[in-house]
Design a protein around this ligand. Structure first.
Ligand SMILES: O=C([C@H](O)CO)[C@H](O)[C@H](O)COP(=O)(O)O
Length: 210
C-alpha cells in the first residue's frame, strides 16, 4: 500500500518546500489539478527536476484530447498521468498509448462516474494502470466519503491497481485500508497538518500496521 500526497492549493515554491521535508518517506507526490490549472506543467517539471527519484503524478484529469494532453504531462516529467473515467474510450486509450510509449503509467479517476462497477470492468479491459475512486472536494462537504465505492471497486477489478481519494484523514484511514487499496491519496489531511513530516509518518505507520 503506497501513500500519495496531493499538493492542491499551494504555490510551486510551497510544494517544493513541503516535498523537501518528506521526499524520503512519501511514495507518490501529486501535482494537483488546481496547481496545474494555475501554473500549467511548471510544477510537474520543477518537482521532477528537484526530486528525480520521486514518483510524480500529474493530476491532469484529462476529459478530452487524451493524446496531446497526456503528452504534455509526460514531456514535463510526470510518471503517472490522470484521465477521467467519464471521458470517451478513445480519450482514455489515446492517453494510455502515449504514456505507455513513454514508459509511464495511466491513472483513471472515477470522479462522478454513474456506474463505477460497469466502467471499472471496461477500464480494466482497456489496460489502464490504476483505477481510483474519488469523492470530489465539492461533495465532501455533505459528508460523502469514498469508502463504499472503494469496496465496490476492490470487488470488481482483479488485475488493476486501485486507489482512493477524497478527504481521507488519519482518522478515516483505517476505513480505506479495509479494502486494501494499492494507493491511498491524501491532500488536506496531510498538507494542513502543523508538522507535515510527522503527519506523513503517522499515515505510513498506520498503513504498515495492518
Ligand atoms: O484530486 C483532488 C481534488 O479533485 C482537487 O483537485 C485532490 O487532490 C484529492 O481529492 C485529494 O485531496 P483531499 O480530498 O484534500 O484529500
Amino acid at each position: 500500500m503506497r501513500l500519495q500526497i496531493a499538493f492542491d492549493m499551494v504555490s510551486i515554491e510551497e510544494a517544493l518546500e513541503m516535498a523537501e521535508k518528506i521526499h524520503d518517506i512519501i511514495d507518490i507526490v501529486e501535482i494537483g489539478t488546481p496547481m496545474i490549472i494555475k501554473y500549467g506543467m511548471q510544477p510537474v517539471k520543477r518537482m521532477k527536476e528537484r526530486f528525480p527519484q520521486l514518483t510524480v503524478l500529474a493530476d491532469t484529469k484529462i476529459a478530452d484530447g487524451g493524446e496531446i494532453e497526456a503528452r504534455y504531462a509526460v514531456e514535463a516529467g510526470a510518471d503517472i498521468v490522470t484521465v477521467l473515467a467519464v471521458a470517451a474510450d478513445n480519450t482514455i486509450t489515446g492517453a494510455k498509448n502515449v504514456v505507455h510509449k513513454a514508459g509511464k503509467e495511466l491513472y483513471v479517476d472515477l470522479l462522478s462516474t454513474p456506474d463505477i462497477i460497469q466502467r471499472s470492468k471496461e477500464l480494466e479491459t482497456m489496460g489502464v494502470d490504476y483505477i481510483g475512486v474519488h469523492t470530489a472536494v465539492d461533495v465532501q462537504q455533505s459528508g460523502t466519503t469514498p469508502f463504499n465505492d472503494l469496496k465496490k471497486l476492490s470487488e470488481t477489478v482483479s488485475h488493476t491497481r486501485i486507489a482512493a481519494a477524497g478527504g481521507i484523514t488519519l482518522d478515516t484511514l483505517s476505513l480505506a485500508m479495509l479494502s486494501h487499496p494499492d494507493v491511498i491519496i491524501a491532500g488536506g489531511g496531510l498538507t494542513s497538518a502543523p508538522d507535515l513530516r510527522a503527519a506523513v509518518l503517522a499515515f505510513q505507520n498506520k498503513m504498515a500496521d495492518r
